[in-house]
Design a protein around this ligand. Structure first.
Ligand code: G16
Length: 551
């Protein structure tokens, strides 16, 4: 290795971004996430870490996204994106946690030197990064801290401005594949929107026009991207944008957006006088990587179409196109879910395809989906995508169809590989995917919803003194710690018909999550309430978060 760390420059800059003494940071489910005001030192250090990751990978561009996604506005966060646009490799999550917790500048430099040694980083290599942020008020100052990190280590940094998380992931892959046979597209927003828009136009060519789709933008960065997308799509897909107040203080994710809809199983109040019965609508989350659909029936009752329903719709369509194309033997489709998947969706999918259950977190689903020729993965919360393996994409390129029907199905599959953001869950790309399938099947929300009937379910949060005392196994479906709690949960679950419940610590909020489902609504609510009560009693719950009855 021919060069060393610019220790003096890092020291001077690091002293401007001291670590608060009373905070312990953790690179969790989706990076660092906590109150924005606590993150200054973390952003500075992440800037340096991203540069080292790039050097370790021979100067490939690494992405840095400043966002707290579905969390409330005072929160913020940061996550790193690896060269193919996927989440940071797991072993580096531990390095991120270590660096962020070094208590002083000297301890930080020491931790950096250890990392350079243990990860065998050649410091003479270039460091390239691309970064972006969402619309949170704390974003600009956190980006300044990040930029100080880039400057201190001498990284070549490209500012992608204010954009969605999935667009940043797209950029990373597009930059790293530029000029190669695997080119992912132009590395610009224009390139992203053109790619998606053109693919949609091919997929729905000749289909009847559709009625306008209403998008709840969660008052976040998705509002900006959806507006640009709408302009690219024109009459192909008329779009009405709601909850676009990106500069209104406190509005982000507040009583709107995908997490609100999924968790409360309700229409955002802001849409109650806007959404017409039968109209298709969807919610994005704060950084536009999650998508939940919904509609009101003729009686005005709310119906939600979550990530599980999206997986069912999309997987069935892809299987059908593969079959029509005559590729059934060569291209096997599989689905990946988490424990949050509704039991009815798992049953529906298992009757048709291989289904795997993995722990929460897109990175787990993504890796499991990579093992299929076509891997469809969605979390129930609306976070997911579809992956076509390199071999499958080559099969689609080389295949010679023998009938016009085969040829059309093949073209559809190829266009799907363009329409779908295969780097990560992308609400806008997923929305176009859903719209494509609805158009091909001539489905309204009602027909889509009737593919299977969801088991009533409830998700609740409990604030406990130490969520890290909760440890799980079997893809988070069972607790191993606190000892004895799982058998109490089992005892309760057995009393409910169709009962299922599990408890896991969140990786993005300081809470423990409780999920329950049962054959009837009152029973699902009661089971969730009782299990939450057990957690609360066993784990020293915060009185303010004592589980409330939903009945
Ligand atoms: C992130 C992850 C998701 C995960 C969600 C909730 O989503 O990317 O995979 O489902 O957090 O995780 P937890 O239950 O551990 O808090 P997002 O949209 O917030 O980035």
């Amino acid at each position: 290795m021919s060069s060393s760390l610019p220790v003096d420059a890092i020291k001077v800059a690091s002293d401007k971004h001291p670590k608060p003494s009373d905070v312990r940071y953790q690179y969790g489910t989706a990076g660092f996430r906590t109150l924005g005001k606590l993150l200054d030192s973390v952003l500075f250090r992440v800037g340096i870490l991203a540069a080292l990751r790039s050097k370790r990978l021979d100067g490939k561009t690494i992405g840095v996204m400043v966002t707290a996604s579905h969390n409330p506005e005072p929160d913020n966060g940061v996550k790193l994106v690896d060269p193919r646009g996927e989440m940071l490799e797991a072993s580096w999550e531990a390095h991120a946690t270590t660096l962020s917790n070094a208590s002083t500048t000297d301890a930080f430099i020491e931790a950096l030197e250890t990392l350079v040694q243990t990860a065998k980083i050649d410091l003479s290599k270039p460091a390239r990064v691309v970064y972006a942020r969402d619309t949170r008020p704390s974003g600009p100052s956190l980006v300044n801290a990040l930029e100080d990190g880039f400057k201190a280590i001498g990284a070549e940094a490209r500012d992608a401005g204010v954009t969605t998380t999935p667009i940043l992931h797209y950029f990373v892959r597009a930059i790293n594949t530029k000029g190669t046979p695997y080119s992912y597209g132009e590395d610009s927003e224009e390139g992203y929107f053109t790619k998606l828009g053109q693919a949609l136009k091919k997929l729905v060519a000749g289909r009847p026009p559709v009625s306008p789709l209403l998008i709840d933008c969660a008052n976040g960065v998705g509002a900006i991207a959806a507006k640009t997308l709408a302009a690219h799509l024109g009459d192909t897909l008329p779009i009405v944008l709601e909850n676009t107040a990106i500069t209104t203080e406190g509005a982000l994710n507040n009583a709107c957006g995908a997490d609100f809809v999924k968790t409360s199983q309700k229409l955002p109040p802001s849409l109650s006088n806007v959404l017409k019965p039968g109209q298709r609508a969807c919610s994005l989350d704060g950084d536009a990587d999650r998508l939940i659909y919904f509609y009101l029936d003729e009686r005005g009752s709310f119906h939600m179409l979550d990530g599980d329903k999206i997986a069912g719709l999309v997987a069935a369509f892809i299987v059908e196109q593969v079959k029509i194309a005559g590729l059934e033997e060569q291209v096997k489709v599989g689905v990946v879910q988490t424990a949050y998947a509704n039991g009815a969706s798992t049953k529906y999918l298992q009757e048709r395809l291989p289904v795997k259950c993995v722990p929460t977190g897109v990175k787990h689903l993504h890796h499991a989906a990579e093992r299929y020729d076509v891997g469809v993965y969605f979390e129930a919360n609306g976070h997911g995508t579809v992956l076509f393996s390199d071999d499958t994409q080559a099969t689609l390129r080389d295949y010679q169809p023998s009938t016009p029907a085969q040829s059309r199905a093949l073209e559809n599959l190829v266009s799907l590989t363009e329409l779908i953001n295969q780097t990560v869950g992308d609400a806008l790309s997923d929305m176009l995917l859903v719209e494509t399938v609805l158009s091909h099947k001539s489905y309204t929300g009602v027909e889509w919803d009737s593919l299977y009937v969801d088991l009533p379910n409830r998700l609740v949060k409990v604030v406990v003194s130490d969520r890290n005392s909760f440890k799980t196994e079997d893809a988070e479906r069972r607790l191993v710690s606190p000892p004895g709690l799982q058998s109490k949960i089992d005892g309760l679950v057995n009393r409910y018909q169709g009962g299922r419940s599990f408890v896991r610590p969140s990786g993005t909020e300081d809470v423990v999550r409780v999920y329950a489902e049962a054959n009837i609504r009152t029973q699902a609510d009661e089971l969730a309430f009782r299990v939450a009560g057990l957690v609360y009693d066993e784990a020293g719950g915060d009185p303010a978060s004592r589980p409330k009855e939903f009945l």
